[in-house]
Design a protein around this ligand. Structure first.
Ligand code: TXA
Ligand code: MG
Length: 330
């Protein structure tokens, strides 16, 4: 594996060639790093699942360069048009029905009749996808069950030779995965809270929410308007999992614990990282995974997490923290 800066034309051309030929290339997006593979190539997708250690029945987000490319693969609905106009390119993933002639690997969408589509805003990501000339399937670039990568070195540390190249775009600007909305029906439905706040969605369209509860997460969640449930790793209670135990809504810090602070930190002699001293939820989201990684690397007895309001991006942050705190099989 090599790690390179993404924007010089030679590196971009090499990365696009690698993707087209079926290799795995990790790349920055404004949300988190993605582990990319040619979405038209079943073998590349299989290698991607293998590298992730992700069960093969879990579908991937397909990244395209423009909304027109997205709507060439899947059936556009009025809700999808409205949401795409407002949030693409950006941190929104739309679930839409595959077109009959859609050439995306069935493995990439786990045999579903629907497809998860996103037009990322990150300049290098869009240039890479455009130059590859194929849709790119890309889950977050972390091994299954581990927290998402928001730095190139997170990716480089987690994977070996199975990833051909990591494009280094620095720290992810948003640091939280995309918001996923099912737009197959007449009413848009929130499936995963993420970097586009619910309030922002509601500013342009009426969105149905079934707030993710851990009870619901651990089984499967109803797939886009089909009777069959789909198991969504992003929805599994234990998906965002540091090694250390998390104590949520901490009011004090026990000896041996690390503190993930928000606002003025609780008193402690142990290590402290602050999501946002100013209690800014956008700043907190951008720091969330990097701070969890950094504290987890210290192997503390536990990570105490201060309370975070559930407004705006706080909803998605608390959702990720609850998953990270959930009991999990080893
Ligand atoms: O910000 C992001 O969304 C990042 C960047 C790289 O784009 N990607 C990401 O992918 O978070 P991943 O694979 O870690 O999460 C994708 C989620 C999973 O929970 C998956 O089950 C769900 O999208 N998903 C994919 N296709 C679906 C479909 N057809 N119906 C319902 N859920 C779907
Ligand atoms: Mg993920």
């Amino acid at each position: 594996m090599s790690v390179s800066a993404p924007l010089d034309p030679e590196t971009l051309a090499r990365a696009a060639d690698l993707l087209r030929s079926g290799a795995l290339v990790a790349f920055p997006t404004e949300t988190v790093y993605g582990l990319g593979a040619n979405a038209l190539d079943d073998h590349a997708i299989a290698r991607l699942y293998a590298a992730k250690g992700r069960p093969t029945f879990n579908p991937l987000i397909i990244h395209v360069a423009t909304p027109a490319h997205a709507f060439a693969l899947a059936e556009v609905t009025p809700a999808a048009r409205t949401l795409a106009d407002a949030f693409w390119p950006g941190a929104l993933t739309l679930i839409l029905r595959r077109r009959a002639d859609c050439a995306v690997s069935a493995l990439a969408s786990a045999g579903l009749e629907t497809l998860a589509l996103r037009v990322p805003a990150h300049e290098a990501a869009r240039a890479l996808i455009a130059q590859a000339g194929v849709p790119i399937a890309a889950p977050s670039a972390n091994p299954s069950g581990k927290i998402s990568a928001t730095r190139a070195h997170h990716v480089a540390e987690a994977f070996g030779e199975e990833v051909a190249l990591v494009l280094d775009g620095g720290a992810s600007r948003l640091g939280l995965e995309s918001t996923i909305v099912d737009a197959t029906g007449t009413k848009a439905r929130l499936l995963r809270p993420g970097a586009v706040a619910l309030e922002a969605l509601q500013g342009v369209i009426d969105v149905e929410t079934a707030p993710p509860s851990l009870a619901q997460d651990d089984g499967a969640m109803a797939s886009a308007n089909t009777a069959a449930p789909v198991s969504s790793p992003g929805q599994l209670a234990s998906h965002y999992a540091p090694r250390a135990t998390l104590q949520l809504d901490a009011q004090h810090v026990a000896p041996g614990e690390a503190l993930l602070a928000f606002g003025a930190p609780l008193a402690t002699d142990g290590p402290v990282l602050n999501l946002s001293a100013q209690r800014d939820l956008v700043e907190a989201a951008a720091h969330l995974f990097a701070h969890l990684h950094a504290l987890d690397a210290l192997s503390p007895a536990a990570i105490a997490v201060m309370p975070i309001p559930s407004t705006g991006l706080g909803f998605a942050i608390n959702d990720r923290l609850r998953r990270a705190a959930a009991p999990r099989p080893d």
